[in-house]
Design a protein around this ligand. Structure first.
Ligand code: BTN
Length: 264
């Protein structure tokens, strides 16, 4: 058990769906990522979900902290896709698309900032963290961490971090967190089953994702390895085969794979 004060509130076992086939709900955990990893190592099946009402050491991307008080939806899901490691990129798209569809169903109009920050009116409402264990060629498991600011207060964020918001702040009323979770499971179930059928279906996911593409048409600054000032580029879209971001720089198209190299 990774969380010192963790108290398992519920353990549900639904057999009819992949996502949520096992669901472990804790009052407090350090991070759902750690608990989900423990379950993955114990061979729990794909679709196993770990939820914490609050996290004491929530993890964000690039080693950042993800502040996770009560009122938000904080969960991690174990997946075991039978695909080559070179197709890992699709998970960032499936999960961010599913979160965006969930928010749309709740009545907000989200955008996705490549690769997987979910925004409402330029403010971040949800984030996604993907961890995995694999051999040189094959994925053993993926842990997809999803954090959605639902009814929680928005913490003070460090300077130059993207401003945060919550669904409650946007709608001006509290939202049923169970409903958000149910819609998220529905969307993940649908989108994950699309890609499990065939690689030919990836394009369907990427095209749907592109409808939420926040960066499309925007000018971004590109920080490559050269010490000179960043280059300016205009985002054209995403490559439907590789998931990379296509940017036009000085009338030439370049493709970017690492989100850390761009800023708006
Ligand atoms: C980001 O930096 O945008 C990613 C944030 C991911 C946060 C979620 S909350 C549930 C899961 N558990 C964690 O510790 N992190 C992820």
């Amino acid at each position: 058990m990774s969380g010192q004060q963790s108290r398992l509130i519920e353990r549900i076992n639904k057999r009819d769906k992949v996502i949520g086939c096992y669901e472990f709900i804790y009052e407090t955990l350090d991070s759902t990522m750690l608990q989900a990893k423990e379950l993955a190592e114990k061979n729990f099946p794909e679709g196993t979900v770990v939820i914490a009402e609050e996290q004491t050491h929530g993890k964000g991307r690039n080693g950042r902290v993800w502040i996770s008080p009560k009122g938000g939806l904080w969960l991690s899901i174990v997946l075991r896709p039978k695909i080559d490691i070179s197709y890992m990129f699709i998970f960032s798209y499936i999960v961010s698309l599913s979160v965006a569809e969930t928010l749309q169903r709740i009545g907000v109009n989200p955008k996705i900032k490549w690769p997987n920050d979910i925004l409402i009116e330029n403010k971040k409402v949800a984030g996604i963290l993907i961890d995995s264990k694999s051999t040189d060629t094959e994925i053993e498991y993926i842990i997809t961490g999803i954090g959605i600011n639902v009814n929680n207060e928005i913490p003070e964020l460090p300077e130059n971090a993207i401003e945060g918001t919550s669904i409650r702040e946007y709608l001006g009323r509290k939202v049923d967190i169970e409903r958000v979770k149910r819609y998220l499971y529905d969307s993940l179930e649908k989108n994950y089953s699309i890609i499990r059928k065939s690689k030919e279906n990836y394009v369907e996911i990427l095209k749907k994702w592109d409808n939420f593409n926040f960066l499309k048409g925007r000018t971004v600054r590109i920080y490559d390895k050269s010490p000179s000032a960043p280059k300016l580029g205009k985002v054209i879209g995403i490559n439907f085969n590789t998931g990379s971001l296509i940017v036009e720089v000085n009338s030439k198209k370049i493709e970017l794979l690492d989100s850390a190299t761009i800023r708006t």
